[in-house]
Design a protein around this ligand. Structure first.
Ligand code: ATP
Ligand code: BTN
Length: 325
């Protein structure tokens, strides 16, 4: 695993590196290098080999780097970051960080992974997380005020991510209740909140964020709904380290703002970004499935659905919400 990351780093510039040169620099044999290259291919990377020249990636790859990310975060936010980890592979950055949180990790701890083997979406769904092209990360935040203060946090985080994408040059960003990031009707990213701690005391939240940046060819066919990546939406290459820094900054700022002033400060902006306002939607809960018109969110972040002249409220828990096409 260790050598795999180093080989990837050596190849990331996109030029040829010979097996001998790679092996010598790592203190391993050429055949060991070859085994690692094979493993990288199995993970979906397009590494090709040319006799006499060595190995090369078909496209350069910007690996995440904790120092580069940290130094690109504005100074005021840096003081809130307690640690930044970058892992090559994890089952899920959120699962990892929840475990670390239980072991005492500090608020402001961030963990990125280049790949997740069991990335999770809401309600046990899978988040497709191939190697090296997208952003998958989780942030630990502790709330001494307790969980009663957290209603609507996911909406505030969504606004933070939308602000970061807008500042990165993306127009037409949309938010789909409760926690999805869309662009022109296609899913670009998602947020998963996992809470732990006392029901009437200090608690913590692991905020899991996935943003598609450059989805490797073929992988997206496993996603069961329209999706997009940022490079396609924006029409140019995107620096993942810079994007990681700006999303981190905006999410930290949003969480601080939420902690100080609650959801009220975000509602107007959320409503402006609402992907479904005024549209016909199908809402599915464990007990019912109905079609109605989405009419925004209330002051607590509950979804408002109009059906037969009545407006009902839904809280995010076990609810699925889809546009009726
Ligand atoms: P809802 O629960 O309201 O129906 P949803 O379908 O977006 O919304 P979520 O649980 O929020 O459900 O997200 C998980 C879903 O996101 C997966 O079932 C899949 O359709 C989609 N998905 C998985 N990986 C990705 C990805 N990398 N990019 C975009 N979409 C993805
Ligand atoms: C959703 O739309 O259902 C939420 C998707 C959240 C995905 C991110 S990727 C980083 C973090 N780790 C996970 O396993 N999930 C979240």
């Amino acid at each position: 695993m260790k050598f795999r990351r180093e080989i990837l780093q050596a190849l990331s510039g996109g030029s040829f590196r010979s097996g001998k040169e790679l092996g010598d620099s790592l203190g391993i044999s050429r055949s060991a290098v070859w085994k690692h290259v094979k493993a990288l291919r199995q993970l979906g990377l397009d590494v090709y080999a040319v006799r006499g020249k060595g190995y090369r990636l078909s496209l350069p790859l910007e690996l995440l780097d904790h120092q580069v990310i940290f130094s690109a975060i504005p100074v005021a936010t840096r003081s809130l970051v307690s640690a930044i980890e970058v892992q090559l592979e994890l089952e899920s950055t959120s699962e990892y960080l929840v475990r670390k949180a239980r072991g005492g990790a500090l608020s402001g701890h961030i963990c990125f992974a280049e790949r997740q083997t069991a990335g999770r979406g809401r309600r046990g769904r899978v988040w497709i997380s191939p190697l090296g092209g997208n952003l998958y990360f989780s942030i630990l935040w502790r709330f001494p005020e307790g969980p009663q203060s957290l209603g609507g946090l996911g909406l505030a985080v969504g606004v933070g991510i939308a602000r970061a994408l807008q500042k990165s040059g993306l127009g037409d960003v949309e938010l789909k209740w409760p926690n999805d990031i869309y662009w022109r009707g296609m899913k670009l990213g998602g947020v998963l909140l996992e809470m732990f701690g006392e029901s009437a005391g200090p608690c913590g939240v692991v905020i899991g964020i996935g943003v598609n940046v450059r989805m490797p060819g073929g992988v997206g066919t496993a996603i069961g709904q329209p999706w997009v990546d940022l490079e396609t939406a924006i029409g140019r290459a995107v620096s993942r380290n810079k994007l990681a820094a700006i999303v981190t900054h905006e999410v930290f700022s949003a969480v601080r703002e939420f902690q100080l002033g609650g959801l009220g400060r975000f509602l107007a902006e959320w409503r402006d970004l609402d992907a479904l306002a005024g549209k016909q939607v199908r809402l599915v809960t464990p007990s019912e499935s109905l079609v109605g018109t989405a009419v925004g969110v209330d002051a607590n972040g509950a979804l408002l659905l109009r059906k037969g002249g009545q407006v009902r409220r839904y809280y995010s828990g076990d609810v699925s919400l889809r546009l009726v096409s």
